[in-house]
Ligand binder design. Structure first.
Ligand SMILES: *Cc1c(COP(=O)(O)O)cnc(C)c1O
Length: 390
């Protein structure tokens, strides 16, 4: 089932034929040994993706469910968390945690910027925080968090480090056994969804609990959740033949295939490819006078939030592109109408972005601006190949 459109939004991302074919296979029983084998293989690859010595959970749901599973299983009502927010998805942890009676303090950056490390340390020095949430790549702003700075700054005060990887996992390193300057300074939990940098259709919530996050769950004797309770899921994640709730059988086929593609490419190669692609897309679009909201040093490899040059109407621009088969996203909150968002992650290809550069140029020309698509394509290719080192 070849794609008819280029879905270049910050997720879902383009699904390749092999994954569609996996998805379309015969639905087995959710406890069939053949499904069990494939599920186990998927879970093993998930553990390798995050290099975790803890447990991983793959359940039907979207990224938001994985956010909620992370919080509900580590923080009890009445306890306090610190939300470090670089945009809309960082902010999502606020009402989500409050819905569970958790106290929330927030450090919000200006959109397109980082929260200052000194502010993080000052806040944590007050004490009493059970966990800190960090969004790896905020999908509203295209800002990537700096784990090298944040992990040690948080962990030296002791809270759990919870990382939202929904727009990052499988594109930017998230190594849960990596020691950030001290054996205890590690990422404790990563949560993600299937439909962004992993490149599988939407439908799976994926959460990796490191040893300290698991201990936090065990220390709470019960949580106010049933479907979200990881201790109820644990037996079926250790042996997917054990029934707890029906596995999303066909999505597991698709996920297994998606993760096989990730592993076949290799994590290092995949991280390098995304870093190069992000830079190249922004450099190409800059030829049209389109500037990214986030400065290049903190811009995400997976998606960009691009400010319109003077005189470009957002709705018109995006609908003209959609007619040509290229789908991008509008912007959120106070950037709505002023910027668009383009995803460059998962299994999207170089050819797609060459085409994208051409279509953006053509569209700008139709809208009466002067654009030079050949130059944008050339810049894109040069920066991409330079980033890949070939
Ligand atoms: C998309 C996204 C989410 C929400 O995921 P859904 O699958 O839409 O529920 C959460 N966090 C980040 C960083 C995202 O990009």
């Amino acid at each position: 089932m070849p794609n008819k459109e280029m879905l270049l939004i910050p997720g879902p991302t383009p699904v390749v034929d092999e994954i569609y074919e996996a998805l379309a296979q015969e639905t087995y029983s959710h406890t069939d040994p053949r499904l069990v084998k494939r599920f186990k293989n998927s879970l093993d690859m998930t553990k390798r993706l995050f290099n975790t010595d803890g447990e991983v959970f793959v359940v039907a749901g979207s990224g938001t469910l994985s956010m909620e599973m992370a919080i509900v299983n580590t923080v009890a009502p009445g306890e306090k968390i610190l939300v470090i927010s670089h945009g809309y998805f960082g902010d999502r942890f606020i009402p989500l945690a409050q819905a569970h009676g958790i106290q929330v303090e927030v450090l919000q950056s200006q959109w397109g910027k980082h929260v200052e490390i000194s502010a993080v340390e000052e806040k944590l020095a007050e004490g009493g925080f059970k966990a800190v949430t960090v969004t790896h790549a905020d999908t509203s702003t295209g800002v990537m968090s700096n784990l090298e700075e944040l992990v040690p700054a948080v962990k030296k005060y002791g809270p759990l480090f919870i990382l939202d990887g929904v727009c990052a996992s499988a594109a930017i390193e998230e190594n849960m056994q990596k020691e950030y300057g001290h054996p205890d300074y590690r990422i404790d939990l990563v949560l993600t969804g299937s439909q962004k940098a992993i490149g599988v259709p939407p439908g799976l919530a994926i959460v990796a609990f490191g040893p300290k996050a698991l201990k936090a769950r065990e220390a709470m004797d019960k949580v106010a959740a049933y479907y979200m309770d990881i201790l109820r899921w644990l037996p079926t994640m250790q042996d997917p033949g054990k029934y707890y709730a029906t596995h999303p059988v066909n999505m597991i086929y698709a996920y297994e295939k998606g993760m096989e593609l990730v592993m076949a490419e290799g994590l290092e190669a995949r991280y390098k490819r995304h870093a190069a692609l992000g830079k190249a897309v922004r450099a190409g679009l800059a030829q049209y006078g389109m500037r990214a909201l986030a400065p290049e040093e903190i811009a995400a490899p997976t998606l960009s939030c691009i400010l319109y040059p003077e005189g470009v109407n957002d709705a018109e621009f995006r609908s003209k592109l959609a007619e040509k088969g290229m789908v991008i996203a509008g912007s959120l909150a106070n950037l709505a109408g002023k910027a668009f968002r383009i995803g460059h992650m998962g299994n999207a290809t170089e050819e797609m972005f060459i085409k994208a550069m051409e279509l953006v140029g053509e569209t700008l020309n139709e809208m009466g601006l002067r654009a030079d698509p050949a130059k944008a394509v050339e810049t894109f290719k040069n920066v991409y190949h330079e980033g890949l080192g070939k």
